[in-house]
Design a protein around this ligand. Structure first.
Ligand SMILES: NC(=O)c1ccc[n+]([C@@H]2O[C@H](COP(=O)([O-])OP(=O)(O)OC[C@H]3O[C@@H](n4cnc5c(N)ncnc54)[C@H](OP(=O)(O)O)[C@@H]3O)[C@@H](O)[C@H]2O)c1
Length: 252
């Protein structure tokens, strides 16, 4: 990515919830929000994963990173998490949700019921649980951003459950945006392969994080944004920077 359109926006004090933040893409999101000065709340289902993630981040895991061991995969669990955030932090401003990972190995005719729950209903339920608990509590300027992969729009033989689940999430974003009208901003980031701590890809996880920060800092309306390479990252950042500058009355 060129740096032409990137000046880290200031999100000091902005409370962002990042479920899935301990994951490969989530790490880039967490780093970008910490760099912007936000209060970054990362729920994780295990103490061990919390400790691993804190060690991975090293010195940037300061007092602005709030790792909470909490089950957010059920309606009740996600509701309790959001209630606690609102009670103890005084509110919630934004959410970025890079929940879930890859699954492969069986055709649709071969999948087991366990596969179905692990790769489809379990992840879809987690996304739904977080969205229904958090979206009504966001402040007016905040944004809700769902992160999915290209498999949402492209059938991948042997990974069909991923394609089906991600396609459902894309529609969830569209429905939530339509229902929210102008009262809330709801986005999806649709990614090609991502460069992370685990694998090489076409877009860097840190750049995914920068776009998520830029969305949050902007006044851009709800949208689905594709990020498949540095050109798309640059154009997304350029567009979002314009919408931020317009909002604060900066000269064009
Ligand atoms: N990696 C890529 O190259 C790539 C490319 C395109 C799109 N994406 C999309 O980006 C999102 C995140 O992918 P990722 O590669 O970062 O995944 P990941 O490394 O496996 O991390 C996913 C995170 O989701 C959380 N999670 C909550 N419920 C889960 C469940 N039932 N099963 C698995 N994880 C669960 C986990 O956090 P805790 O265990 O801490 O709770 C985990 O850290 C996904 O929507 C994926 O489709 C990734």
């Amino acid at each position: 990515m060129s740096e032409a359109h990137w000046k880290t926006p200031e999100l000091i004090g902005h409370r962002v919830l990042v479920p899935g933040g301990t994951g490969a893409v989530g790490e880039g999101v967490v780093r970008a929000f910490l760099a912007a000065g936000a209060e970054v709340i990362v729920p994780t289902r295990s103490e061990e994963r919390a400790n691993e993630f804190r060690a991975l981040l090293g010195r940037i895991a300061d007092e602005h990173l709030h790792l909470i061991v909490h089950d957010y995969t059920t309606f009740a669990g996600a509701q309790d998490l959001v209630d606690q955030i609102v009670r103890f932090r005084g509110g919630l401003d934004s959410v970025v949700a890079p929940i879930g990972g890859w699954w492969q190995g069986r055709t649709l005719a071969e999948i087991t019921e366990d596969d179905w729950h692990a790769a489809f209903t379990g992840l879809a339920t987690t996304h739904m649980a977080v969205l229904r608990a958090a979206l009504p509590r966001l402040n007016d300027q905040g944004a809700y951003t769902i992160i999915v992969g290209d498999s949402a729009t492209w059938p991948v033989p042997g990974s069909g459950l991923v394609s089906m689940e991600q396609a459902a999430l894309l529609m969830m974003q569209r429905v939530a945006a339509a229902e929210a009208g102008e009262s809330r901003r709801v986005f999806s980031l649709v990614l090609g392969p991502v460069s992370t701590r685990l694998a090489e890809g076409a877009v860097d996880a840190g750049d995914v994080g920068k776009v998520a920060v830029a969305i949050t800092a902007s006044t851009a309306p709800s949208a689905s944004i594709g990020l498949h390479g540095p050109d798309e990252v640059d154009s997304a950042l350029a567009r979002l920077a314009t919408e931020t500058a317009t909002a604060i009355g900066a000269p064009s």
